[in-house]
Design a protein around this ligand. Structure first.
Ligand code: 13P
Length: 369
């Protein structure tokens, strides 16, 4: 039976939808855009955080989608800016006993799963991810139980409990080679939670796949028509697309890749302008590496909740200098994971890391680009 015909017979669970109302509230809570500071406050916070990091034997690891301030601070204080997996791997290799994870909750959890002996703190543990929210463990478990003949593969953007129930964990940079490998072994794949990334790897590999219907509230908003119009204005620009974007947007891409893959693509010395379909926090690294190049945000549908066309992830924006300084002072917001779940979640993560090592895939440089 083909994947297509089989998919029609499958009844997917009703997801707890991330409504616009919910998103608006998250944006309001986050203040969404960059924080405003009283004169001298920002500088005082930066100096104070650097001192506290040393005093607390702590290192700051930030995702590419956090604010410029946090990315710069991570670099200047001997920390790291990366994707979620590399954030966790860096934390593992670094001698600091405390990891400060500036990102969203699943990133803090992954860091803790890989580094149980370390203290993992986050500026705001309410910083979540629509993909994580749309894949609750009870629904996911019931779905897996209903389809035992499928190998379950979950995206890193899931809770520790969902990872604990999965056969494999993948990031966007390593999804393709792992799914290809499973297809070669004749396995069928139950994929969760990002439907766009899932359908991208399904199209690329032809694997028999059941795809969970979740999506990223940010990438979901990119619009193919808007990108086509912008491309007419800047015909020399390359289109860089994260595979969490809808199919029509992926089809316009010159390069489809993870955050690391897209940053790598922006280094191409022959290209001087880019239309970028991913969270705009990524521009910090792109502009830092290529200050003379033109980087344009891919147009969106303008469904950004409180701020019409804002494509900043409201949960990433919950990470700021003030709450970072606060957790360093108080030790609040520590990530804890029940040991049974942590140990089970480690298995599919380790499977991915072992696969990357065996196949010499440097996950940091995500091969898609
Ligand atoms: P990357 O693994 O490409 O950094 O993606 C992380 C993410 O959460 C995208 O929304």
């Amino acid at each position: 039976m083909s994947a297509q015909s089989e998919k029609k017979e499958i009844e997917f669970p009703e997801l707890p939808l991330v409504t616009e109302d919910f998103l608006s509230k998250a944006q309001a809570a986050a203040g969404c855009q960059m924080a405003e500071y009283a004169p001298g406050e920002r500088e005082a916070l930066l100096a104070g955080i650097k001192k506290l990091l040393k005093e607390q034997d702590a290192v700051l690891v930030a995702h590419y989608y956090t604010s410029d301030d946090l990315q710069q601070l991570a670099e200047e204080s001997g920390g790291y800016v990366a994707d979620s997996l590399e954030m966790a791997r860096f934390g593992h290799d670094h001698p600091a006993s405390t990891l400060i994870v500036a990102g969203v909750r699943f990133m803090g959890e992954t860091a803790k799963i890989l580094n149980p002996e370390k203290r993992v703190l986050m500026p705001d543990t309410e910083a979540t991810c629509s993909l994580d929210l749309e894949c609750p463990v009870d629904l996911f478990t019931a779905f897996c139980d209903g389809h035992p003949e499928y190998t379950s593969v979950v995206y890193a953007n899931t809770s520790a409990a969902v990872k604990a129930r999965a056969d494999w964990v993948v990031t966007s940079g390593i999804a393709l080679p792992i799914i290809k490998h499973l297809a070669e072994r004749g396995e069928k794949v139950l994929w969760a939670p990002d439907r766009h990334l899932g359908s991208y790897v399904q199209r690329e590999t032809g694997v028999d796949m059941l795809i969970w219907p979740g999506s990223c509230v940010i990438h979901e908003q990119f619009k193919a028509d808007g990108i086509r119009n912008l491309k007419e204005k800047y015909p020399q620009a390359q289109v860089l697309v994260h595979p969490e974007s809808p199919k029509e947007v992926v089809e316009l891409a010159d390069v489809v890749g993870s955050t690391t893959g897209l940053i790598k693509a922006s280094l191409n010395p022959d290209v001087h302008a880019f239309i970028v379909a991913t969270e705009p926090g990524i521009f910090y690294k792109m502009k830092q590496a290529s200050p003379a190049k033109l980087f344009l945000e891919a147009p969106s549908g303008g469904l950004g909740g409180t701020c019409e066309s804002c494509l900043r992830c409201p949960w990433m924006a919950m990470n700021g200098l003030r709450n970072l300084a606060e957790v360093l002072k108080t030790g609040a917001n520590e990530i804890t994971i029940e040991e049974d779940i942590r140990a089970r979640a480690l298995v599919p993560i380790q499977r991915m890391l072992d696969f990357a090592r065996r196949h010499q895939i440097i996950v940091k440089e995500k091969g898609n680009a």
